[in-house]
Design a protein around this ligand. Structure first.
Ligand code: ASP
Length: 301
Protein backbone atom coordinates (compact mmCIF):
# COMPACT_ATOMS: atom_id res chain seq x y z
CA UNK A 1 0.00 0.00 0.00
CA UNK A 2 1.09 3.58 -0.61
CA UNK A 3 1.41 5.31 2.77
CA UNK A 4 -0.77 8.30 3.52
CA UNK A 5 -0.73 11.02 6.14
CA UNK A 6 -2.88 14.07 6.77
CA UNK A 7 -2.58 16.44 9.74
CA UNK A 8 -4.44 19.50 11.03
CA UNK A 9 -3.46 22.42 13.21
CA UNK A 10 -6.86 23.67 14.30
CA UNK A 11 -9.94 25.18 12.67
CA UNK A 12 -10.82 28.62 13.94
CA UNK A 13 -10.29 32.20 12.90
CA UNK A 14 -6.53 32.24 12.38
CA UNK A 15 -5.25 35.85 12.16
CA UNK A 16 -3.30 36.68 9.00
CA UNK A 17 -0.03 37.24 10.89
CA UNK A 18 -0.21 33.75 12.41
CA UNK A 19 -1.13 31.76 9.32
CA UNK A 20 2.41 31.14 8.08
CA UNK A 21 3.44 29.61 11.41
CA UNK A 22 0.46 27.24 11.17
CA UNK A 23 1.37 26.29 7.60
CA UNK A 24 5.02 25.71 8.55
CA UNK A 25 4.00 23.63 11.58
CA UNK A 26 1.62 21.29 9.77
CA UNK A 27 4.05 20.94 6.84
CA UNK A 28 6.90 19.99 9.20
CA UNK A 29 4.70 17.33 10.82
CA UNK A 30 3.96 15.65 7.47
CA UNK A 31 7.57 16.00 6.33
CA UNK A 32 8.70 14.14 9.44
CA UNK A 33 6.08 11.40 9.37
CA UNK A 34 5.80 10.56 5.66
CA UNK A 35 9.40 9.31 5.20
CA UNK A 36 8.90 7.12 8.27
CA UNK A 37 5.83 5.57 6.64
CA UNK A 38 7.61 5.23 3.29
CA UNK A 39 10.36 3.26 5.05
CA UNK A 40 7.77 0.90 6.52
CA UNK A 41 7.10 2.41 9.96
CA UNK A 42 3.88 1.50 11.72
CA UNK A 43 1.17 4.18 11.42
CA UNK A 44 1.12 4.40 15.25
CA UNK A 45 4.75 5.58 15.29
CA UNK A 46 4.33 7.98 12.36
CA UNK A 47 1.20 9.60 13.78
CA UNK A 48 2.80 9.93 17.20
CA UNK A 49 5.87 11.60 15.66
CA UNK A 50 3.71 14.04 13.70
CA UNK A 51 1.70 14.99 16.79
CA UNK A 52 4.86 15.32 18.94
CA UNK A 53 6.30 17.88 16.56
CA UNK A 54 3.16 20.02 16.78
CA UNK A 55 2.90 19.60 20.57
CA UNK A 56 6.41 21.02 20.98
CA UNK A 57 5.73 23.85 18.49
CA UNK A 58 4.31 26.83 20.48
CA UNK A 59 2.19 27.82 17.47
CA UNK A 60 -0.51 25.33 18.41
CA UNK A 61 -2.95 24.85 21.27
CA UNK A 62 -1.32 21.55 22.25
CA UNK A 63 1.62 20.85 24.57
CA UNK A 64 3.69 24.06 24.64
CA UNK A 65 1.45 26.95 23.59
CA UNK A 66 -1.76 25.47 25.02
CA UNK A 67 -4.57 27.73 26.24
CA UNK A 68 -5.20 28.36 29.95
CA UNK A 69 -8.29 27.30 31.85
CA UNK A 70 -10.37 29.63 34.03
CA UNK A 71 -7.93 29.12 36.92
CA UNK A 72 -4.99 30.13 34.71
CA UNK A 73 -3.69 26.56 34.43
CA UNK A 74 -2.97 24.38 31.43
CA UNK A 75 -4.78 21.01 31.24
CA UNK A 76 -3.94 18.88 28.23
CA UNK A 77 -6.04 16.17 26.53
CA UNK A 78 -4.86 13.67 23.88
CA UNK A 79 -5.76 10.36 22.28
CA UNK A 80 -4.55 7.83 19.74
CA UNK A 81 -6.47 4.96 18.15
CA UNK A 82 -5.29 1.92 16.19
CA UNK A 83 -7.71 0.99 13.39
CA UNK A 84 -6.39 -2.58 13.19
CA UNK A 85 -7.28 -3.63 16.74
CA UNK A 86 -9.57 -0.73 17.80
CA UNK A 87 -7.17 -0.31 20.70
CA UNK A 88 -7.56 3.15 22.18
CA UNK A 89 -5.47 5.32 24.48
CA UNK A 90 -6.65 8.66 25.84
CA UNK A 91 -5.53 11.05 28.59
CA UNK A 92 -7.21 14.14 30.01
CA UNK A 93 -6.27 16.92 32.43
CA UNK A 94 -2.50 16.39 32.06
CA UNK A 95 -0.43 19.27 33.52
CA UNK A 96 3.20 18.17 33.75
CA UNK A 97 3.96 16.57 30.36
CA UNK A 98 4.61 18.39 27.11
CA UNK A 99 3.65 15.57 24.74
CA UNK A 100 0.51 13.96 26.18
CA UNK A 101 0.02 11.83 23.07
CA UNK A 102 3.02 9.81 24.33
CA UNK A 103 1.06 8.97 27.48
CA UNK A 104 -1.99 8.14 25.35
CA UNK A 105 0.15 5.76 23.28
CA UNK A 106 1.27 3.99 26.48
CA UNK A 107 -2.36 3.78 27.65
CA UNK A 108 -3.27 2.19 24.30
CA UNK A 109 -0.82 -0.60 25.12
CA UNK A 110 -2.67 -1.40 28.38
CA UNK A 111 -6.07 -2.97 29.05
CA UNK A 112 -7.48 0.55 29.74
CA UNK A 113 -8.73 3.22 27.33
CA UNK A 114 -8.72 6.53 29.21
CA UNK A 115 -6.74 7.86 32.17
CA UNK A 116 -7.28 11.30 33.71
CA UNK A 117 -5.40 13.92 35.73
CA UNK A 118 -3.23 12.55 38.55
CA UNK A 119 -3.78 8.92 37.57
CA UNK A 120 -2.64 9.67 34.01
CA UNK A 121 0.42 11.52 35.33
CA UNK A 122 1.34 8.77 37.77
CA UNK A 123 1.10 6.26 34.92
CA UNK A 124 3.29 8.49 32.71
CA UNK A 125 5.96 8.62 35.44
CA UNK A 126 5.80 4.85 35.81
CA UNK A 127 6.42 4.63 32.05
CA UNK A 128 9.47 6.88 32.44
CA UNK A 129 8.09 9.71 30.31
CA UNK A 130 9.81 13.07 30.91
CA UNK A 131 8.02 15.48 33.22
CA UNK A 132 8.12 19.26 32.74
CA UNK A 133 7.39 22.28 34.90
CA UNK A 134 3.97 23.59 33.73
CA UNK A 135 5.66 26.95 33.12
CA UNK A 136 7.49 25.33 30.19
CA UNK A 137 4.10 24.90 28.48
CA UNK A 138 3.11 28.52 28.98
CA UNK A 139 3.53 31.16 26.28
CA UNK A 140 3.25 34.93 26.68
CA UNK A 141 0.60 34.90 23.95
CA UNK A 142 -1.72 32.59 25.90
CA UNK A 143 -1.13 34.40 29.19
CA UNK A 144 -2.19 37.66 27.52
CA UNK A 145 -5.26 35.99 26.00
CA UNK A 146 -6.21 34.55 29.39
CA UNK A 147 -5.96 37.96 31.06
CA UNK A 148 -8.09 39.50 28.33
CA UNK A 149 -10.79 36.83 28.40
CA UNK A 150 -11.02 36.63 32.18
CA UNK A 151 -11.62 40.37 32.29
CA UNK A 152 -14.49 40.16 29.78
CA UNK A 153 -17.74 40.26 31.70
CA UNK A 154 -19.89 37.20 31.03
CA UNK A 155 -17.24 35.54 28.85
CA UNK A 156 -18.25 32.02 27.88
CA UNK A 157 -15.92 29.54 26.22
CA UNK A 158 -18.17 29.28 23.17
CA UNK A 159 -17.43 32.96 22.46
CA UNK A 160 -14.00 31.66 21.54
CA UNK A 161 -15.35 30.10 18.39
CA UNK A 162 -15.16 33.35 16.53
CA UNK A 163 -12.43 35.78 17.50
CA UNK A 164 -9.89 33.69 19.40
CA UNK A 165 -7.14 31.88 17.52
CA UNK A 166 -6.78 28.20 18.34
CA UNK A 167 -4.78 25.25 17.19
CA UNK A 168 -5.64 21.79 18.39
CA UNK A 169 -3.55 19.30 16.41
CA UNK A 170 -4.49 15.99 14.82
CA UNK A 171 -3.14 13.39 12.41
CA UNK A 172 -4.46 10.38 10.50
CA UNK A 173 -2.15 8.00 8.65
CA UNK A 174 -2.15 4.70 6.78
CA UNK A 175 1.02 2.63 6.72
CA UNK A 176 2.30 0.27 4.00
CA UNK A 177 0.31 -2.56 5.60
CA UNK A 178 -2.92 -0.59 5.23
CA UNK A 179 -3.27 0.06 8.96
CA UNK A 180 -5.02 3.32 9.85
CA UNK A 181 -4.24 5.33 12.99
CA UNK A 182 -5.74 8.63 14.19
CA UNK A 183 -4.58 10.92 17.01
CA UNK A 184 -5.46 14.33 18.46
CA UNK A 185 -3.80 16.56 21.09
CA UNK A 186 -5.09 19.81 22.60
CA UNK A 187 -5.13 22.29 25.45
CA UNK A 188 -8.89 22.52 24.93
CA UNK A 189 -10.84 25.76 24.85
CA UNK A 190 -9.62 29.05 26.38
CA UNK A 191 -10.85 29.71 29.93
CA UNK A 192 -12.52 26.29 30.08
CA UNK A 193 -13.86 25.17 33.44
CA UNK A 194 -11.10 23.43 35.40
CA UNK A 195 -11.55 19.69 34.96
CA UNK A 196 -13.44 20.13 31.70
CA UNK A 197 -12.65 17.36 29.21
CA UNK A 198 -13.20 18.09 25.52
CA UNK A 199 -13.82 15.83 22.56
CA UNK A 200 -10.19 15.17 21.65
CA UNK A 201 -9.46 12.32 24.12
CA UNK A 202 -12.89 10.69 23.77
CA UNK A 203 -13.22 7.70 21.46
CA UNK A 204 -15.49 8.47 18.51
CA UNK A 205 -15.84 12.15 19.47
CA UNK A 206 -12.56 13.88 18.54
CA UNK A 207 -10.58 10.80 17.51
CA UNK A 208 -11.51 7.55 15.76
CA UNK A 209 -9.93 4.91 13.50
CA UNK A 210 -11.20 1.61 12.13
CA UNK A 211 -9.50 -0.20 9.26
CA UNK A 212 -12.95 -1.31 8.04
CA UNK A 213 -13.82 2.31 7.17
CA UNK A 214 -11.11 4.89 7.92
CA UNK A 215 -9.81 7.35 10.48
CA UNK A 216 -10.64 10.90 11.55
CA UNK A 217 -9.46 13.69 13.85
CA UNK A 218 -11.63 16.68 14.76
CA UNK A 219 -11.08 20.20 16.02
CA UNK A 220 -13.57 22.84 17.10
CA UNK A 221 -16.62 23.02 19.37
CA UNK A 222 -15.78 20.12 21.70
CA UNK A 223 -19.11 19.87 23.48
CA UNK A 224 -20.92 19.55 20.14
CA UNK A 225 -18.38 17.10 18.74
CA UNK A 226 -18.94 14.89 21.79
CA UNK A 227 -22.72 14.96 21.46
CA UNK A 228 -22.66 14.01 17.79
CA UNK A 229 -19.77 11.50 18.12
CA UNK A 230 -18.46 13.34 15.14
CA UNK A 231 -15.41 11.27 14.13
CA UNK A 232 -17.27 7.98 14.56
CA UNK A 233 -20.20 9.41 12.58
CA UNK A 234 -17.77 10.54 9.88
CA UNK A 235 -16.24 7.05 9.65
CA UNK A 236 -19.73 5.54 9.39
CA UNK A 237 -20.49 7.92 6.50
CA UNK A 238 -17.44 6.45 4.71
CA UNK A 239 -19.39 3.22 4.12
CA UNK A 240 -21.49 4.98 1.42
CA UNK A 241 -19.48 8.08 0.58
CA UNK A 242 -16.07 9.29 -0.53
CA UNK A 243 -13.80 10.81 2.12
CA UNK A 244 -14.56 14.48 1.38
CA UNK A 245 -18.31 13.85 1.37
CA UNK A 246 -18.10 11.89 4.62
CA UNK A 247 -16.23 14.79 6.27
CA UNK A 248 -18.82 17.25 4.97
CA UNK A 249 -21.74 15.11 6.16
CA UNK A 250 -20.27 14.87 9.66
CA UNK A 251 -19.80 18.65 9.91
CA UNK A 252 -23.32 19.15 8.57
CA UNK A 253 -24.60 16.79 11.26
CA UNK A 254 -22.78 18.85 13.91
CA UNK A 255 -24.21 22.08 12.57
CA UNK A 256 -27.73 20.78 12.10
CA UNK A 257 -28.08 19.05 15.46
CA UNK A 258 -26.11 21.28 17.86
CA UNK A 259 -25.33 24.41 15.82
CA UNK A 260 -21.64 23.51 16.08
CA UNK A 261 -18.54 24.74 14.27
CA UNK A 262 -15.57 22.47 13.67
CA UNK A 263 -13.07 21.02 11.23
CA UNK A 264 -12.35 17.43 10.33
CA UNK A 265 -9.57 15.55 8.57
CA UNK A 266 -10.15 12.00 7.37
CA UNK A 267 -8.59 9.14 5.50
CA UNK A 268 -10.56 6.19 4.14
CA UNK A 269 -9.21 2.67 3.72
CA UNK A 270 -8.64 3.30 -0.01
CA UNK A 271 -6.20 6.08 0.90
CA UNK A 272 -8.43 9.05 0.01
CA UNK A 273 -8.15 12.20 2.10
CA UNK A 274 -11.20 14.10 3.32
CA UNK A 275 -11.19 17.66 4.68
CA UNK A 276 -14.08 19.87 5.69
CA UNK A 277 -14.69 22.75 8.09
CA UNK A 278 -17.45 25.25 8.76
CA UNK A 279 -15.19 27.60 10.72
CA UNK A 280 -13.48 30.53 9.00
CA UNK A 281 -10.12 28.76 8.67
CA UNK A 282 -8.51 25.39 8.99
CA UNK A 283 -4.78 24.60 8.90
CA UNK A 284 -3.86 21.25 7.37
CA UNK A 285 -1.24 19.39 5.38
CA UNK A 286 -1.06 16.07 3.61
CA UNK A 287 1.41 14.05 1.57
CA UNK A 288 0.83 13.29 -2.12
CA UNK A 289 1.62 9.76 -3.32
CA UNK A 290 5.21 10.79 -4.19
CA UNK A 291 5.77 12.28 -0.72
CA UNK A 292 5.50 15.93 -1.75
CA UNK A 293 3.54 17.94 0.79
CA UNK A 294 0.56 20.23 0.39
CA UNK A 295 0.17 22.60 3.37
CA UNK A 296 -2.27 25.48 3.73
CA UNK A 297 -4.63 27.50 5.85
CA UNK A 298 -7.93 27.04 4.03
CA UNK A 299 -10.45 29.83 4.27
CA UNK A 300 -14.22 29.51 3.86
CA UNK A 301 -15.72 32.23 1.68
N1 ASP B 1 -11.99 20.47 20.23
C1 ASP B 1 -11.14 21.06 21.26
C2 ASP B 1 -11.88 21.03 22.56
O1 ASP B 1 -13.05 21.35 22.59
C3 ASP B 1 -10.75 22.46 20.95
C4 ASP B 1 -10.17 22.69 19.58
O2 ASP B 1 -10.25 21.83 18.72
O3 ASP B 1 -9.61 23.75 19.34
O4 ASP B 1 -11.26 20.74 23.55
Amino acid sequence: MQPRIIVHGGAWTIPAERQQAHIDGVRAAVKTAWPMLAEGADALDAVQAAINLMEIDPTFDAGRGAVLNADGQIELDAAIMDGRTLNYGGVAGVRHFMTPVDIARKVLETEFCLLIAEGAERFARECGLPEVDPRELLTERELELYKELISRKGYCTHDAFKPVPQGTVGAVAMDVNGNIVAATSTGGTPCKKPGRVGDSPLCGAGTYADNETGGASATGFGEGIIRTLMTRSACDYLRDNGANDAARLAIELLHRRVNGHAGLIMLNNKGEYGIFHNTDHMAYAYAHADGTVHASVHMNE
